[in-house]
Design a protein around this ligand. Structure first.
Ligand code: FE2
Ligand code: FE2
Length: 182
């Protein structure tokens, strides 16, 4: 077990130094996990608050969907399709499918924001699906793709991220506000 943790720590250190674009995606995963915790906590406490769930749905649709999955699909996955071998492309396709399932669940959360009984099932499904998805990227795709991306290419990805990042800080502030509420 300890050996496993050393291995993960090593990846994290390497990412920090050599893979600045991956570092941004992993940092965004940490923000998304905070929003997922707010969602789960609200369900566990049986909080009935339409506005809270609509705000969470907005975060998951804009920050997770457009800003974060946007970077992955329109920038990172595109480069991998040109440079990486088939087993990596297969991983990318499975991850893109998770993005689609996630977007559908976020729509359901939005539609049922005022109906707790229905909402809770969609919210818990989304929570566990997206947590698993993040692990698949942090510990699966990202380390696997690095041999096919040079440090220079990672820097270029980072530059390309800027065009999708316009409202990033607004949504990171929203998570902090929602954490205060729940
Ligand atoms: Fe993803
Ligand atoms: Fe991701």
């Amino acid at each position: 077990m300890e050996e496993d943790l050393d291995w993960i720590e090593e990846i994290e250190e390497k990412v920090e130094e050599e893979y600045p674009a991956t570092k941004v995606m992993m940092d965004e995963h940490r923000v998304i996990e905070r929003a997922l915790s707010v969602l789960k906590k609200a369900i566990e406490k049986k909080i009935e608050d339409e506005e809270l769930y609509l705000s969470l749905a907005e975060f998951f649709s804009k920050y997770t969907g457009e800003i974060h999955h946007g970077k992955e699909e329109e920038i990172v996955f595109k480069v991998l399709r040109e440079k990486a071998p088939k087993h990596i492309i297969d991983m990318v396709e499975a991850l893109e499918n998770d993005h689609r399932v996630g977007a559908e669940l976020v729509e359901k959360i939005k539609e049922n924001a005022s109906n707790f009984e229905k909402l809770k099932d969609f919210a818990l499904a989304y929570h566990s699906m997206l947590r698993d998805h993040i692990v698949k990227e942090d510990q699966g795709l990202f380390p696997a793709m690095h041999p096919y991306l040079s440090v220079e290419e990672e820097k270029k990805l980072l530059k390309d991220f800027e065009r999708i990042d316009k409202e990033k800080e607004k949504y990171e502030r929203l998570v902090a506000e929602l954490e205060e509420k729940v």
